[in-house]
Design a protein around this ligand. Structure first.
Ligand code: TXA
Ligand code: MG
Length: 335
């Protein structure tokens, strides 16, 4: 299969909609990361997403809509709190989990009785959904296990020959995937995956609990609420380690332990040599994280040390993705 890469335009959007109406898969931009989209109602189309990604079948997909009126047909019930959150945070990087309707096939929901729904903020994503006129199932457009793609070129690298079309909408502004949450009680949400809509932002409207799987490794065989959390994820070929040190302490530890092929991601904007600036604050770090992990592979790095990120705001999302890229290896420098 030849994979076309087209800039976002009225024509390319039309072409994407035609492909997806016929059951095909298209790489599309969103504000978080690029997605691999297909008709969420069409079992055969959705199975092509799993094939292209090499994704385990029990890992459910997020369904993307462009208007709140598209929510009701997908779900059996919408808690009042969900409507308040939608009012405040949609369109945006927030995914909410609802009991699913019969419109959503088991292939989309990974066999669960629930469906995850989000309304992206990216005007390109919204134009594509509008043009299709049906909801789009879309996981991140990387090969299963690799870092999520934040540019169309990243998608091309993973999906060349596997899908017919990628729409180039430029670099993703947010850089990490949406916040995924469910509703354990009428006035409470549980964050299953942290993202751009932060715990701090949510706690202005309701009480917020953070699923233990966000920051700790699920025990073998343990049932996790969000199946995506149990898989090895976001990993470059290089071995990644989080180093629990900051500033000069981090730099000194890396210099003392560096070998051929070592890279270090630090918050220092003047980083040079084996050090790369990972971003001075949480926002910048979220924006750059996945591209830097991919660059480490392009440079043939064998080891990547990462300065412990802040866990405030979107920093929790950065920490969550890094823990998985590092297979939960955190180095304490004073031991
Ligand atoms: O920002 C995003 O959410 C991106 C863009 C493309 O929109 N999409 C994305 O999809 O990150 P994906 O498939 O890579 O991650 C979806 C996550 C997985 O961890 C999955 O297990 C969880 O959401 N999820 C989906 N449906 C669920 C459900 N019904 N119950 C629990 N978790 C669910
Ligand atoms: Mg993903």
């Amino acid at each position: 299969m030849i994979t076309e890469l087209l800039p976002f335009s009225a024509q390319s959007v039309r072409k994407a909609a035609e492909i997806m109406a016929a059951g095909g898969v298209v790489g599309i931009p969103t504000e978080t990361v690029y997605g691999l989209a297909a008709d969420a109602r069409n079992e055969a189309a959705v199975s092509r997403i799993f094939e292209a990604k090499g994704r385990p079948q029990d890992n459910p997909l997020i369904v993307h809509i462009s208007d709140i009126s598209q929510l009701a047909p997908l779900v059996r019930e919408v808690p009042p709190l969900a409507l308040r959150l939608a009012d405040r945070f949609w369109a945006g990087p927030l995914t909410m989990i609802f009991p699913k309707s019969d419109l959503i096939p088991a292939a989309t929901s990974g066999g669960l009785d629930t469906v995850a729904v989000r309304m992206p903020q990216s005007p390109e994503a919204r134009a594509i959904i509008d043009s299709c006129g049906f909801p789009l199932a879309a996981p991140s457009a990387n090969l299963s296990g690799s870092p999520s793609p934040t540019t169309a070129q990243h998608v091309m690298k993973d999906m060349d020959g596997r899908i017919p079309l990628i729409i180039d909408g430029g670099e993703c502004s947010c850089g990490v995937e949406s916040t995924v949450l469910c509703f354990p009680a009428a006035d409470r949400v549980r964050i299953l995956r942290p993202g751009g809509v932060t715990a701090e932002m949510l706690s202005e409207l309701c009480s917020v609990e953070i699923d233990p799987a966000v920051t700790s490794e699920p025990a073998k065989g343990e049932r996790v609420l969000s199946p995506g959390m149990k898989y090895r994820h976001y990993s470059p070929r290089a071995e990644v380690f989080i180093v629990n040190a900051h500033g000069k302490d981090f730099a000194d530890w890396c210099l003392a332990h560096a070998a051929e092929g070592t890279l270090a991601l630090s918050a220092d904007p003047n980083a040079h040599g084996m050090f790369r600036c990972f971003g001075r604050d949480e926002q910048e770090q979220a924006h750059r994280l996945f591209a830097l992990l991919r660059e480490a592979d392009d440079e043939g790095a064998s080891t990547v040390y990462v300065e412990m990120p802040s866990k405030d705001g979107i920093g929790l999302a950065v920490y969550n993705r890094l823990l998985r890229a590092a297979a939960f290896r955190v180095i304490e420098t004073d031991e």
